[in-house]
Design a protein around this ligand. Structure first.
Ligand code: DGL
Length: 265
């Protein structure tokens, strides 16, 4: 059995890269629902219905554990999936999101008092980061900004627009004198260098490629009943619902050019 990684696109691919660096022995199946991206500008119902198809696909591909490497889906659909869809259809499978592990890491950092978050409109509207942080660190003041078009421009590798948008979206957060900035969409990990170039040096960047791999490792250490069912051939398969040249390029740069398929769901 394998580990499934879901995202609307490139954010999940860069998380898969960092997860494989830390946990290279397991077998992975990635699905990027590129035909439906950006998820962050869709309604909650649309997000839920799109992600269910991807979960069915990953389970059909023998995934035992699925990582929703997408903040938007973790914010808007994870709880519903766990409480009803999974429980009704695949009670022995596990689906994990990326927001709670990220919030746990933020909460451990005593130096953070003023936190900025850029995320998709859906994630910002859900207020999940604010609610979860309030449970662990009510002293942290949170400032959010919806980066409406950023994930889409990253997916399309439009460097000029990415740079302009990053400046626009960060400006109000920097003005609030934040101590740390959460990249609240996995897509933004791909723009980390540009984001760094706009941020004053004393503002920490909280990036999920540095957090999620170790959290998965911890989860597997704590759940031997799941870990023991995972196969270990160091294999991976990549699927997208609409192909785009950047996937071919990153597949060879990051993974050595293995299997990449376009599928219809
Ligand atoms: N990567 C997704 C996230 O972390 C968002 C991209 C999208 O809007 O599709 O929120």
């Amino acid at each position: 059995m394998k580990i499934g990684i879901f995202d609307s696109g490139l954010g999940g691919l860069i998380l898969l890269k960092s997860i494989r660096q830390q946990l290279p022995d397991y077998d992975y199946v990635f699905i990027g629902d590129t035909a439906n991206m950006p998820y962050g500008n869709k309604s909650r119902e649309e997000v839920l219905s799109a992600v269910k198809k991807c979960i069915d696909f990953l389970i059909d591909k023998e995934c035992e554990l699925i990582i929703l490497a997408c903040n938007t889906v973790s914010a808007e659909a994870l709880r519903k999936l766990q409480d009803s869809y999974l429980a009704d259809n695949y009670p022995d499978k596990r689906v994990l999101g990326v927001i709670v592990p990220t919030v746990e890491e933020i909460a451990r950092d005593e130096d953070i008092k003023r936190l900025g978050i850029i995320a998709t409109p859906r994630t910002v509207d859900s207020q999940v980061y604010i609610h979860k942080l309030a449970e662990l660190r009510p002293d942290i003041i949170v400032y959010q900004n919806a980066a409406t078009d950023l994930a889409f421009q990253i997916e399309n590798d439009n460097q000029e627009k990415i740079s302009r948008l990053v400046g626009e979206y960060l400006e109000p957060l920097i003005a609030e004198e934040i101590d740390a900035l959460v990249l609240g969409s996995t897509h933004y990990v791909l723009a980390k260098d540009i984001i760094e170039s706009y941020l004053p040096k004393d503002i920490k960047i909280i990036s999920q490629d540095n957090i999620i791999p170790q959290k998965i490792k911890l989860y597997l250490d704590n759940h031997p009943e799941i870990e023991s069912r995972l196969s270990r051939k160091g294999d991976y398969q990549l699927y997208v619902t609409k192909s785009n040249a950047i996937y071919e390029k990153l597949n060879s740069e990051w993974f050595g050019g293995g299997q990449l398929h376009e599928i219809k769901l």
